[in-house]
Design a protein around this ligand. Structure first.
Ligand SMILES: Cc1cc2nc3c(=O)[nH]c(=O)nc-3n(C[C@H](O)[C@H](O)[C@H](O)COP(=O)(O)OP(=O)(O)OC[C@H]3O[C@@H](n4cnc5c(N)ncnc54)[C@H](O)[C@@H]3O)c2cc1C
Length: 490
């Protein structure tokens, strides 16, 4: 007997799963496995919010596989040794997976591919996570694009992404029981305190939840209004597909074709697909510049004198900065594991420019608290906001948290929802309570410094200090990063 092992990673679905489809076509027993490896990712091992998601997503995947007579095998430990063992237990003759693009995953997968190929086992990897493979999109000099608009134009100019593959319907299952860990033993859920108790009201992890989210987004009209509403945190103006995409419960190809086949090309559609394009761009950058999560892309930022201030960092993490839009965002993040994109930009600008705290501190906090924490999207977005990345928001573009709040949350619905101690304030003062007359504060039950913090910094002063700090590094150079063009696909 020979078996095909399907190694599930960031592709926790059955539809448009090229590795699974290829396995089903072999007509031999299929053994699906998920390996929980906490060592290989190093400092990027799964954060708390992601572990919550993974627990529920694996339950959903196991149930879907069970309906097709397949038992999902769960094992914990270094991937290579687990796979070696499983290969012996099942007399495996092939190992299939869909590709990951994190630098540690690429190294790991290359090692695994080399090892098993030498053993005469067929190892195949497939594209299950991206519309366009990063090594296929290059400029005329064969270099990766560093400007989003040029990158996306080049993507759209080429051939359409591959069509999603069919969900396989029949499998040959492995005839004898195989050992599997019990999911609960991995202790992925928080216990005391259970800080994720509100997550379940917000999310349905798993393929079914992902498909439902996409259908609601397309059919409920949000997609058509996306270009207007996506910047308004007080209304449900975006898809909230990010954790589903991160865990691969739905593929970008499924999204691409579902949208093209059911809707006309309106401004909402175009803007939405360009955000999917930002995901592709971020993956391409991480692939070509693997130090993105740890080092500034623009080397002069190695000289930036970031402040170390644990007290201010804590105030930011807790949503206690005294700037309502910032605090609302940080509390939405803590409570639901997700934050609106506009507010991610505002809170990130506040941390790196008003508080002058290193973007890597923010990146780490988001990594631990976001259900959609994604190495490519998170690192590229943090560097974009901090000004140290590619195609970055220039450093001197410092978001004014009051004006941003007034522009994107004019009636203050978002702030009232997440900072309830301010909910009695009129819209005029909701983004700057310190300017409200005493009588209005009293009527709203607000005592600054007591029921809600006074601002931890004065934005105008902080802005001047940030600009001076930036002047100090302008023109400085360092050894520049180079693209690893020689890298092969994993
Ligand atoms: C500081 C900061 C950190 C971020 N960290 C992450 C992260 O860890 N994981 C993550 O998925 N996104 C991250 N983003 C990007 C963006 O905020 C989220 O993808 C988006 O808010 C998710 O909500 P949505 O699914 O409703 O997005 P929609 O607006 O509906 O967009 C659809 C999809 O496009 C992708 N996308 C949208 N905006 C971006 C973007 N700017 N960059 C890359 N992909 C994008 C996402 O996969 C998203 O699900 C970050 C942004 C900032 C400013």
């Amino acid at each position: 007997m020979t078996t095909t092992i399907i190694w599930f990673r960031q592709d926790l679905r059955l539809s448009d799963h090229p590795a699974l489809q290829a396995a089903s076509e072999r007509n031999l027993p299929v053994v699906p496995v998920y390996i929980f490896d906490e060592v290989t990712p190093g400092q990027w091992k799964m954060g708390g919010a992601q572990r919550w998601w993974l627990r529920h997503s694996l339950t959903s995947l196991a149930a879907s596989l069970k309906k097709r007579n397949l038992n999902l095998i769960l094992r914990r430990g270094p991937a290579l040794s687990i796979l070696k063992q499983l290969m012996v237990e099942t007399q495996g003759s092939a190992l299939y997976w869909n590709r990951c693009y994190e630098p540690y995953a690429i190294r790991r997968d290359q090692e695994i591919k080399k090892y098993f190929t030498q053993q005469g086992i067929e190892v195949e990897s497939f594209n299950g996570s991206l519309l366009f493979e990063p090594w296929k999109i290059a400029n005329q000099k064969k270099e990766p694009y560093k400007v989003f608009t040029q990158f996306w134009k080049a993507c759209l100019k080429g051939t359409n992404p591959d069509r999603p593959c069919e969900k396989p319907t029949t499998f040959v299952s492995f005839p004898t029981p195989l050992y599997s860990d019990v999911l609960d033993d991995w202790r992925l859920l928080p216990e005391s305190p259970d800080w994720a108790k509100a997550f379940a009201q917000e999310w349905q992890p798993g393929e079914e939840g992902a498909v439902k989210r996409l259908q609601d987004f397309i059919k409920g009209g949000t997609l058509q209004r996306y270009h207007n509403d996506r910047d308004r945190p007080g209304c449900a103006g975006s898809s909230k597909l990010s954790p589903h995409l991160h865990f691969g419960e739905i593929s970008p190809r499924q999204i691409w074709y579902a949208i093209h086949e059911t809707t006309e090309n309106t401004p909402g559609v175009e803007t939405f697909l360009s955000e999917i394009g930002w995901r592709e761009f971020s993956y391409s950058l991480l692939y070509h510049f693997p130090t993105f999560p740890e080092a500034p892309f623009r080397p002069e930022f190695n000289h930036f004198a970031w402040h170390k201030n644990p007290q201010l960092l804590r105030a930011w993490q807790r949503g206690m900065t005294g700037y309502p839009i910032v605090d609302a965002g940080m509390r939405q993040l803590w409570t639901t594991g997700w934050m609106h994109n506009r507010v991610r930009m505002i809170t990130a600008s506040f941390l790196t420019k008003d508080l002058l705290i290193d973007w890597r501190e923010g990146e780490k906090w988001f990594w631990d608290t976001l259900v959609d924490a994604d190495l490519a999207n998170n690192s590229v977005s943090w560097q974009w906001t901090a000004g140290s990345g590619v195609d970055a928001s220039p450093y001197f573009r410092i978001f004014n948290p009051v004006l941003q709040g007034e522009k994107f949350d004019p009636q203050g619905e978002y702030v009232r929802r997440w900072v309830p101690e301010l909910k009695g304030l009129p819209a005029q003062f909701i983004h700057q309570p310190w300017t409200a007359p005493e009588g209005i504060l009293q009527a709203a039950g607000v005592t600054l410094g007591k029921t809600y913090p006074s601002p931890v910094v004065d934005h105008r002063l902080a802005r001047d200090i940030a600009l001076k700090a930036y002047e100090g590094i302008k023109g400085k150079t360092d050894c520049s990063l180079s693209s690893s063009e020689t890298k092969k696909s994993n």
